[in-house]
Ligand binder design. Structure first.
Ligand code: ADP
Length: 485
């Protein structure tokens, strides 16, 4: 059973040995926006909603605790929780990854940019947990003092859930989640004393860092009608990489959600990106750490929401597939959806979006098509950056997420990136990855080969675009991007 503690909802999914869904339950959680740019969740709601959906998923399928082999957890990454060790109560709301309140703290760290990048693989940004944790210690009355006396604990969401499930017996975090805190040395595989001291974070409040696939403990029997082993955990994107069976160096996946998240397995090498990507830990298993390169596109499926909500060009996201195919191309039109700046590999936070190539011949369907294409072009830019960094040519891109249901988009991606795009039968890859990690630790699956051989049927999109057409399309995109930066 996977616990998928996401940004908008908590979900529990029970999988069988072939990786198919047996049962699923989901509950949304409340989003708090106390000020512009601030985002919070209630940690107690995360916990109770997560437990609630677990029980619901089990009862829907008539399962008891002893029918569940193990629990694997995957979670919204970076989100920061601090709680009292004795009372088990959070001292503040969870500060969510999207929250920008620590921008000023980050600005103040500029001189440590290289040191932090070398040690953590990350760029200094409010996104990561470190400055959020510092903010809590600095702003919650008495917190810094209590933390120094060993009375407070820090954890990201999986750490909090494991602590709650074990009634405070186990305080751990896995390497993939630790690597997103900006406090973890990804080469030495330990909390970095220098960075912690710089931010005034007492080491005693940090969880023990464990692997992504091992038995951490058992859930208290009072919660789910018996105890269940908790045997795996990984941050959502890393879990998706595992769930997509990107087990080997060079394997790459993209999740087409609101934004797009690309991760490439780089094996035992922590590759330092020359192209604005971050280096992160994919997972640690059987004593071996696997690294990944990560890049994200801010506006992925959100461009389609914009067509629907701001432009009113479509009624729903799914119909874009049919509408885009009403025309044979975009008639020279490009959309660069830099609504919130442009991320990797351009890094232009101040940029605003543009539509180029407008003539009287450009109509609604061309714009819809250009919007879908803009997702593929942005993903392609990251794919190219990754290939350069890794020094390898990409042959297969595994895809998932809401917008991967769009066959036009998948085909366009295959054509523009000149790769085979593979969409698995089960697109719940995040939860599946957590389940695999737990099931491998418990012996439910023997090894990765055992997982591979039980996989479902994939949908494959082969590149069919002629190379001259591809070059022309990409040149047009590059020109459009240049106009904006
Ligand atoms: P998230 O996990 O970020 O909430 P999802 O994986 O649920 O996102 O994907 C939802 C996003 O994908 C939305 O932005 C939506 O506009 C887009 N989307 C969903 N279905 C389609 C589709 N068939 N074609 C294009 N975009 C789609």
């Amino acid at each position: 059973m996977a616990f998928d503690a996401g940004t908008t909802s908590e979900r529990a999914i029970v999988f069988d040995k072939s990786g198919r869904i047996v049962s699923l339950a989901q509950k949304e959680i409340q989003q708090y926006y106390p000020k512009a740019g601030w985002v919070e969740h209630d940690p107690m709601e995360i916990w109770s909603a997560q437990l609630g959906v677990a029980v619901e998923a089990m009862s829907k399928a008539g399962l008891n605790a002893e029918d569940i082999e193990a629990i694997g957890i995957t979670n919204q990454r970076e989100t920061t929780i601090v709680w009292d060790k004795e009372t088990g109560l959070p001292v503040y709301k969870a500060i969510v990854w999207q929250c920008r309140r620590t921008t000023r703290i980050c600005d103040g760290l500029a001189e440590y940019r290289d040191m932090i990048r070398d040690k953590t693989g990350l760029v200094i940004d409010p996104y990561f947990s470190a400055t959020k944790l510092k903010w809590i210690l600095d702003n919650v009355e008495g917190a810094a003092d209590k933390a120094a006396r060993g009375k407070l604990l820090f954890g990201t969401v999986e750490s909090w859930l494991i602590w709650k499930l074990t009634k405070g017996r186990v305080h751990v975090t896995d390497q993939s989640n630790a690597s997103r805190t900006m406090l973890f040395n990804i080469h030495e595989l330990k909390w970095d004393v220098e960075i912690c001291a710089l931010l005034g974070i007492p080491l005693c409040m940090l969880p023990k860092v464990v692997s992504n696939s091992e038995v951490y403990g058992e859930s208290d029997p009072s919660y789910m009608g018996g105890s269940i082993k908790i045997a795996g955990a990984a941050g959502d994107q890393q879990a998706a990489l595992f769930g997509q069976k990107c087990f080997n160096a060079g394997d790459i996946k993209n999740t087409y959600g609101t934004g797009c998240f690309l991760l490439m397995n780089t094996g035992e090498n922590a590759i330092d990106s020359k192209n604005g990507l971050v280096t992160t830990i994919a997972w640690n298993k059987n004593g071996k750490t696997t690294y990944a390169l990560e890049g994200s596109v801010f506006m992925g499926g959100a461009v389609i929401q914009w067509l629907r909500d701001e432009l009113g060009l479509i009624n729903n996201a799914a119909e874009t597939e049919e509408l885009a195919l009403k025309v044979k191309d975009t008639n020279g039109c490009y959309i660069v959806p830099a609504f919130t700046g442009l991320g990797a590999p351009y890094w232009k936070p101040e940029a605003k979006g543009i539509i180029t190539g407008l003539s009287r011949g450009v109509g609604k369907y061309h714009i819809i098509r250009a919007a879908l294409d803009s997702i593929a072009y942005q993903v392609n830019d990251i794919v190219s950056a990754m290939s350069h960094d890794a020094g390898s040519v990409l042959r297969v891109l595994k895809v998932d997420g809401g917008a991967s249901n769009n066959a036009y988009l998948c085909q366009m991606q295959a054509d523009i990136s000149d790769v085979k795009v593979v969409r698995p039968e089960c697109v719940e890859t995040t939860a599946l990855g957590a389940a695999y990690l737990a099931g491998l630790a418990s012996g439910f699956w023997k090894d990765e080969a055992d997982i591979e051989k039980r996989s479902g049927i994939n949908t494959v999109f082969e590149p069919i675009m002629e190379s001259e057409v591809r070059s022309k399309c990409i040149d047009g995109w590059k020109r459009a991007v240049e106009m904006l930066i």
